[in-house]
Design a protein around this ligand. Structure first.
Ligand SMILES: [Zn+2]
Length: 187
């Protein structure tokens, strides 16, 4: 199955959606700030996805891909982004499936999506890579033998919440001294 897909990105600062063509070309990209309120965030996400799906040739969109800030539960199709505190957890695939009824919807961590995209389009010749996203938080993803490596729950390679300083600053995850608490963009 090849064709353009609807791509949705859920971050701590912004929500984004776009159409991605089979060659990786991105078009019809729209972003909005991420509401901190969970219900407002869910409504904004739905509006955004529908807006982009309506711009593109909706009949040609073969599926929906979601990259979200973690942690996430791949088996349940839910996400619990640290910065959207009402989403504990949020059934993001169930929420977005009605945008493209009857077509597949898949979920992965945003760091994993970034790592895979970078590996795919970045001209790498290595067989394995760890991609790191330094943004509102710190995310990460593993590509092994050219494939995304999500792990059992979908959180493999999510290095932002590894503790690197036991006496470090508190982290939104409840821990202390995480990579994210020390090295995120706002830090
Ligand atoms: Zn943390």
């Amino acid at each position: 199955m090849t064709g353009p897909v609807l791509a949705v990105d859920v971050g701590g600062t912004k929500l984004a959606a776009a159409v991605v063509e089979p060659d990786g070309t991105l078009r019809d990209r729209v972003t909005v700030p991420t509401p901190a309120d969970g219900q407002k965030a869910a409504a904004a996400l739905d509006r955004l996805a529908r807006e982009v799906a309506a711009k593109g040739p909706a009949g040609r969109l073969v599926g929906l891909g979601v990259g979200s800030a973690g942690p996430l539960d791949l088996n349940a199709g839910t996400v619990s982004p640290v910065n959207i505190t009402d989403w504990r957890p949020f059934p993001i695939l169930d929420a977005l499936r009605p945008v493209l009824p009857g077509r597949p919807a898949v979920l992965a961590g945003d760091g994993q999506c970034m790592a895979l995209g970078e590996y795919w389009r970045g001209g790498y010749t290595t067989r394995a890579m760890l991609g790191m996203v330094v943004s509102t938080g710190v995310g990460g993803g593993l590509v092994l033998d050219g494939r995304i490596h999500p792990g059992v729950t979908g959180n493999a390679g999510h290095i932002g919440h590894i503790v690197v300083d036991l006496d470090g600053p508190p982290c939104p995850c409840g821990g202390r001294g995480c990579v994210e608490a020390i090295a995120s963009g706002p830090r």
